[in-house]
Design a binder for this molecule. Structure first.
Ligand code: C5P
Length: 221
């Protein structure tokens, strides 16, 4: 049994992108390094929690002391998340692809006569909204992320209401911000109670503070 403020608690985290197959050799994805999500998993483990990290394809190493479930697509990710329930805290840091290719080919699509293929898309399940709106086995605390390039707070507030989570960690990923793929992050904590802006800091410091805050909020529930 672990020691620390989250001893005895189960923390479920998603991280990284999802890959949605076009055919057996091609995919579409969002840009996501997995650095922030993996740092949160490491911080939760350091705080004594039992941690399940459901990760899309990333280049970063598995954090020590964490159960890592590796998935490719959004549908695999939602299934792995459901399977990992119940959890006390769920933190959805993955950059899930909003759409998958509807007409995914079983064989590699070949170039033919200069005519590019057309892809049609269908919407992927929204994992955060699905879990936050569950009647049974809803984690006590559900935290989402919002990567925005403009109107960061407004968009996060709208997202909070739409998804039904307890708070949103909003980060500015405009090209000048350096969050995308980088090691630092400037985030705003957006809840029904208001907005709190944290100074720009390393993703591991964001992770530690976020885990500490989540622990405090869980204790008050
Ligand atoms: O709607 P948007 O993608 O901006 O919302 C971001 C938040 O929702 C993140 O926490 C992300 O992990 C989560 N999300 C999800 N499943 C999706 C899309 C987003 O869990 N299909």
């Amino acid at each position: 049994v672990g020691k620390g403020p989250l001893a005895g608690k189960h923390v479920l985290i998603t991280s990284g992108p999802t890959h949605e197959a076009i055919d057996p050799v091609r995919y579409i994805a969002n840009r996501s390094s997995g650095k922030q999500g993996h740092a949160i998993a490491a911080a939760a483990a350091a705080a004594g929690a039992r941690v399940t990290l459901v990760s899309g394809p990333v280049g970063v190493a598995d954090p020590a002391g964490v159960a890592v479930v590796k998935v490719q697509s959004a549908r695999e990710m939602v299934a792995a998340v459901e399977k990992a329930l119940p959890a006390d805290i769920a933190i959805f840091a993955a950059a899930v692809a909003d759409w998958r290719v509807d007409n995914e080919g079983g064989q590699k699509i070949k170039k033919k006569g200069g005519k590019p293929p057309s892809l049609t898309f269908v919407e992927n399940p929204d994992i955060l909204a699905t879990i936050a709106q569950r009647k049974a086995k809803r984690p006590k605390l559900v935290i989402g992320f919002a990567a925005e390039t403009e109107k960061v707070i407004e968009h996060a507030q709208a997202k909070l209401a739409r998804k039904g989570c307890d708070f949103i960690v909003a980060n500015d990923v405009s090209p000048t911000g350096g969050a995308m793929g980088g090691d630092t992050n400037r985030v705003h904590l957006v809840s029904a109670k208001g907005v709190e802006t944290w100074p720009s800091q390393s993703k591991s410091d964001v992770a530690r503070q976020l885990v500490a805050r989540a622990g405090e909020m869980l204790a008050k529930k």
